[in-house]
Design a protein around this ligand. Structure first.
Ligand code: FAD
Ligand code: SIN
Length: 534
């Protein structure tokens, strides 16, 4: 058993920023960070485009950033949260710069080289080549290393949050006094399930892209935190708003994850075209290739279907070779490695699942509907993104909320105590799994169901079919879960089924098309605004 003052589950930008903020303010507190593989593996690490923040006050303003965020969010953003993130964002970017993160500057100047992405009316994206996430992850890890009161436990897989339920009390979603006491976590090095108790728990487990066949998210992104919170009877919301990035590199062969071709490439002048070299985005939006993501992804999906093609193309051949390579070295190298020279060939692209706009419902301080439990980053629904996230607002949101969570926890933490009497994990009556293939096959099936029926374009019939198939998978998986020993693969399957259920159920409840949710049965937006809380 581990006892700690603050437990943080997840070591991406959300988790580590929260840890740093608390650790710096209170060196006497013990902060324990669990991460299910290595500390550096996260969605954060793969972020390419950058972090959006109002930086050049001469041309940009909070009002403009706010309007762009609201416009992308298609009527569902919480304006108060947008104000908070946009206005506090620049200070949080300054924090990570102070912790050592580097962002590209204009040649021979000290001015940051701000980029533009879809849906942004100004250049406001700070970036480090096309490796911004890698650099930010490096910086927060280095800062964490300097703080002796933070302990990182790698290869610890959080299985379930501990609440009154584990003390034998009935816990329902309507109860307002559910408390989180910590988590049960599988120590993957010795296969022992350990009880980790804390005064306060912060869930920072990232996204859930692995619920679809083609995703830019690494394999860690299986929605564990959202599923754990749902099982613990916390509230989730807006799960129907799954963001598909318009331009993942199309490379048949089933790479998991698929490689992203950053939106910043379009911001830099790359133009979407058909195989024949025709532009098509003007048919969908006056902003053409730089329209918000939901519009571009749907346009590409539609063109692929109408033309019977597997991909569309990004034309960069007119761009300056040297500048392109300097800005996008990773994208350039990746294309070259599969025989595509972006300076001579158009880059084949197709949409792929990229970001979860919904998640664990939190308030403006990151507090979930469960007491002593906060959540930060992609696993949350803060109200910032509404029905569609504006590009590069995610890293920003995680940093802003990490700061706010720390500020809320610090004056309260001493009053919370470690809960006594929590039983050890009960593994009685289970045996080792004999047929791992059942789990891997079910994961494949799940991805097929979600990609075929709950993708960019939905309909009542498709959603019903998905729910019917999911129910079967759910029952089969619960039977395995109740009779075999726990493995990370089994837990991930179980969590992904929960995520698939939440997405599909929320999609069924939304009888309109809005932002990232498009259904052929209700192609218009309704005049009223409804948030799907489950
Ligand atoms: P993550 O960084 O994903 O961290 C989650 C952590 O939780 C990981 O350490 C993981 O191991 C751990 N974890 C998960 N489950 C468990 C468990 N059960 N037990 C223990 N640990 C667990 N956003 C932008 O703003 N700008 C961009 O340019 C940008 N580009 C992107 C490019 C790509 C390819 C991808 C995939 C995403 C991009 N995003 C971008 C989105 C952004 O990177 C993420 O939303 C953000 O990094 C999420 O941070 P996080 O801390 O919430 O989660
Ligand atoms: C990208 O670089 O296109 C990703 C940006 C984001 O997801 O915010």
């Amino acid at each position: 058993m581990i006892e700690t003052d603050v437990l943080i589950i997840g070591s991406g930008i959300g988790g580590l920023s929260t840890a740093i903020k608390i650790a710096e303010a209170r060196p006497d507190l013990s902060i324990t960070v669990l991460t299910k593989t290595i500390e550096g593996e996260s969605n954060t690490r793969y972020a390419q485009g950058g972090v959006a923040a109002v930086w050049d006050a001469e041309v940009d303003s909070y009002t403009k950033h706010k309007e762009d965020t609201l416009d992308a969010g298609d009527g569902l953003c919480d304006e108060k949260i947008v104000d908070i993130v946009v206005s506090e964002g620049p200070d949080r970017v300054r924090d990570i710069i102070d912790w050592g993160a580097r962002f590209d500057k204009k040649k021979d100047t000290i001015e940051y080289d701000l980029a533009r992405e879809g849906g942004h009316s100004e250049k406001r994206i700070l970036h480090y080549k096309d490796l911004t996430g890698w650099e930010m992850q490096r910086a927060v890890m280095a800062k964490t290393d300097e703080l002796p009161n933070i302990t990182i436990y790698e290869h610890y897989f959080a299985i379930d949050l501990i609440t009154q339920h584990h003390l034998g009390h009935s816990v329902t979603r309507l109860r307002q006094d559910i408390q989180c006491y910590g988590t049960y976590a599988l120590n993957k090095k010795n296969n022992v399930i350990e009880t980790i108790l804390a005064r306060v728990t912060v869930v920072a487990t990232g996204g859930a892209g692995q619920v679809y066949r083609a995703t830019t998210n690494p394999v860690i992104a299986s929605g564990d935190g959202i599923s754990m919170a749902y099982r613990a009877k916390g509230w989730t919301e807006n799960m129907e708003f799954v963001q598909f990035h318009p331009t993942s590199l199309y490379h048949p062969g089933g790479d998991n994850p698929v490689f992203l071709v950053s939106e910043a490439v379009r911001g830099f002048g790359g133009i979407l075209k058909s195989k024949e070299g025709e532009e098509f985005m003007h048919k969908y939006d006056p902003r053409k290739s730089l329209a918000p993501r939901d519009i571009v992804a749907r346009a590409i999906d539609n063109e692929m279907k109408v033309r019977g093609e597997d991909c569309m193309y990004l034309d960069c051949r007119h761009l300056n070779h040297e500048d392109f390579v300097a800005h996008f070295p990773t994208i350039y190298d990746k294309c070259k490695s599969i025989g595509i020279d972006p300076m001579k060939d158009m880059i084949p692209v197709a949409p792929a699942c990229h970001y979860m706009c919904g998640g664990i419902k939190v308030d403006d301080l990151g507090q979930t509907t469960i007491q002593r439990m906060y959540a930060v980053g992609e696993c949350t629904s803060t109200g910032l993104h509404g029905a569609n996230r504006l590009a590069s607002n995610s890293l920003l949101e995680a940093m802003v909320f990490a700061h706010r969570i720390a500020a809320d926890i610090l004056p309260k933490v001493d009053a919370w105590t470690i809960q006594k009497g929590i039983p050890d994990w009960n593994a009685g009556g289970t045996t080792d799994p004999k047929e791992m293939v059942l789990i891997t096959q079910s994961i494949k099936e799940l991805k097929e169901i979600m990609s075929s029926y709950v993708g960019i374009v939905r309909s009542n019939v498709r959603l019903k079919r998905a729910l019917d198939r999911l129910e079967l998978l759910y029952h089969e998986t619960e039977e395995i879960y109740n009779t075999t020993t726990i493995s990370p693969q089994l837990c991930e399957l179980r969590n992904l089924i929960t995520i698939a259920y939440l997405i599909t159920r929320s999609a069924r409840l939304r009888k309109e098309s809005r932002g990232l949710h498009f259904t052929t049965d209700y192609p218009e937006r309704t005049p009223f605004v409804q948030t799907n809380v489950i």
